[in-house]
Design a protein around this ligand. Structure first.
Ligand code: ZN
Length: 392
């Protein structure tokens, strides 16, 4: 008797009927209980046979939206991926929709919020709103302010923003201001006007960061790369001719083709007023390193790159650099990875605008059905590169 009291006092205070029954069963009070236990066993067996239970047990986020499950004992319903403690199978019921679960009398779980759009969608919507704010902001808002706007802690917001856009909020704001400077400079505004128009509080701060954003000083950019020196050389690799160009910041072009003259013209079109200087002996060593990298991309290129492009292009190119050698991704997948699932065509456009062959591996992007699709430097080169990387 003493033993039984102790056991019962250990039963959870929110003890469910089912649990009390099994405790009682444990204590040996069998009369009239076998039926309930037998029923539970049957219910549990039925749930366990259901493939939806496997998804719940694995907290499979891929199953979210396909169905919901409710727990009789708590009166709450959840998404399959909910991180809350796994319910006992005999207490679980499945529903096709959240509405059906609510009609049956269940409340939405406070943790996985099954009555709201999925977490990713909610995050993407919040980040999109913040991006619009950053694009329009005169000066860079503080991280704390942005996080408050999104209703998250600064740390969580920073992580979510980066997961969705591929950039930190700070880098995103900088890229946008850089774009405003670029377009103002292209329209012919004075450098000072452009800087203040883009929300840089002081000239000094802009000049500190401008090399990183424009790849050259504002005056040089406005002059179409005038006063900027770009060294280049054309070499040979197994894919044909290769042009390697370097600005003061890093490798700014790797172009592939059949005709060395055409490659030099392509470089000239890109930097119409820069001073293009043919590479000397020491420069040829650098070209040799780039050629070595093109022949074996898996080894990686440990040279600084001078990557120029809009904020969107930079996001796409960063996503491309995250595709390891030997694997591929579709345009749709890249669009999803940068948090703009509808921008598939723009992703293709950014791939076509890439000036750093192989270093920004746009050749690893293929059609949804795995087909090769186009390549700026010819589909045969793309095929050869992919074959090389797959180790076949
Ligand atoms: Zn839940």
């Amino acid at each position: 008797m003493e033993f039984r009291r102790r056991i019962q006092s250990q039963a959870p205070e929110c003890g469910t009927r089912e649990r009390q029954l099994s405790y009682a069963h444990f204590c040996g009070r069998r009369t009239g209980i076998m039926n309930a236990t037998g029923l539970n066993e049957k219910l549990a067996a039925r749930t366990k046979k259901d493939p939806r239970w496997t998804a719940v047990a694995r907290r499979d986020a891929g199953a979210d939206g396909r169905f919901f499950y409710a727990v009789r004992t708590t009166g709450v319903y959840c998404r399959p991926s909910c991180a809350s403690r796994l319910a006992r199978p005999e207490n679980v019921r499945f529903f096709a929709t959240a509405i059906a679960a609510e009609r049956a009398g269940f409340r939405p779980c406070k943790r996985c919020k099954p009555d709201q759009p999925p977490l990713e969608t909610r995050h993407a919507a919040k980040v999109a709103a913040i991006c619009r704010r950053l694009a329009a902001a005169e000066s860079a808002p503080s991280l704390a302010g942005l996080a408050a706007c999104a209703g998250m802690s600064p740390h969580h917001f920073h992580r979510v923003f980066k997961a969705v856009t591929g950039l930190t909020p700070r880098a995103y704001a900088q890229a946008h201001r850089a774009r405003r400077v670029r377009s103002a400079l292209a329209r012919g505004a004075t450098v000072t006007d452009a800087i203040y128009g883009a929300g840089y509080g002081s000239n000094g701060r802009f000049y500190e960061t401008s090399n990183a954003m424009l790849g050259m000083t504002p005056s040089a950019y406005r002059a179409g790369g005038a006063n900027m020196e770009i060294r280049f050389a054309v070499g040979k690799c197994s894919l044909g001719s290769i042009l390697v160009a370097q600005s003061g910041r890093g490798i700014c072009a790797i172009l592939l083709g059949d005709d060395p003259q055409a490659l030099a013209r392509e470089l000239q079109d890109r930097f119409p007023r820069a001073r293009l200087i043919g590479g000397d002996k020491s420069y040829e060593k650098l070209v040799a390193r780039v050629v070595g990298f093109v022949e074996a991309p898996g080894l990686g290129l440990d040279l600084p790159l001078d990557v120029r492009g809009t904020a969107f292009q930079q996001r796409v190119w960063q996503a491309l650099r995250n595709i390891p050698a030997g694997s591929t991704a579709s345009y749709t997948e890249i669009a999803k990875r940068i948090g703009s699932p509808r921008s598939v065509r723009a992703v293709a456009g950014a791939c076509a605008a890439n000036a750093l062959a192989v270093a920004i591996p746009c050749h690893r992007v293929v059609r949804n059905d795995g087909g090769l699709s186009g390549y700026r430097w010819g589909v045969e080169r793309k095929r050869a590169l992919l074959k090389r990387e797959s180790g076949r």
